[in-house]
Design a protein around this ligand. Structure first.
Ligand SMILES: [Mg+2]
Ligand SMILES: [Zn+2]
Length: 189
């Protein structure tokens, strides 16, 4: 790692920062604690980046322009609460597109690494889905933190076999608890 490299917290969107996990961004609502989590990351000097699969776009169910409007609304709500998202990376594809960015494939993180010169081993992925978010963290060599909001409880239960080879570094009740763990971890190391 060179001195000019930055580190990041990569946030999953649905089920992590808000919403109910599997819907598209039209029915997304930020969790009340999400802005505190993002603001703490801002204050720590780590980048706050959203990485999100939006296959509804690729399926033709949801125009990309509407996705962009919704996403800028989400970022605006966070800004109003003093929380800043440095960047958002979205995979709009369906699996049959054969892209390299649909989580757990590493393309979204690779784009961020190019744009921000990020050190991935010093970075974190926070998400509610083991088979995408935690496997992505493992593939990239980032630290994966599972949250129990969204589909997180199912990830630790009936779907644990879909990511059996992966161990998160921490399991948090929600994204705020996950970020608080990161800040303690950063202080200790
Ligand atoms: Mg999710
Ligand atoms: Zn993609």
């Amino acid at each position: 790692m060179t001195g000019s490299e930055r580190r990041a917290v990569f946030f999953d969107l649905q089920g992590t920062l808000g919403g109910e996990g599997l819907g598209d961004v039209r029915d997304f609502e930020l969790y009340p604690f999400a802005s505190d989590a993002v603001r703490l990351v801002n204050e720590s000097g780590l980048l706050a980046i959203i990485i999100t699969n939006q296959s509804h776009i690729g399926k033709g169910l949801f125009p990309y322009q509407e996705y962009e409007e919704r996403m800028s609304g989400i970022r605006g709500s966070l800004e109003q609460q003093g929380a800043h998202i440095d960047a958002v990376y979205c995979c709009p594809h369906v699996r049959s597109d054969g892209c390299d960015c649909k989580k757990p494939l590493p393309g979204l993180i690779e784009q961020a690494v190019r744009d921000f010169r990020i050190s991935v081993p010093g970075s974190y992925v926070i998400g509610d889905m083991g088979a995408t978010d935690m496997r992505l963290a493992q593939t990239c060599g980032a630290k994966g933190i599972l949250v129990l909001t969204g589909v997180g409880k199912g990830s630790m239960g009936e779907f644990r076999h879909t990511w059996a080879e992966v161990e998160p570094v921490y399991i948090g009740k929600n994204v705020l608890e996950a970020v608080e763990w990161i800040l303690r971890h950063e202080t200790d190391s």
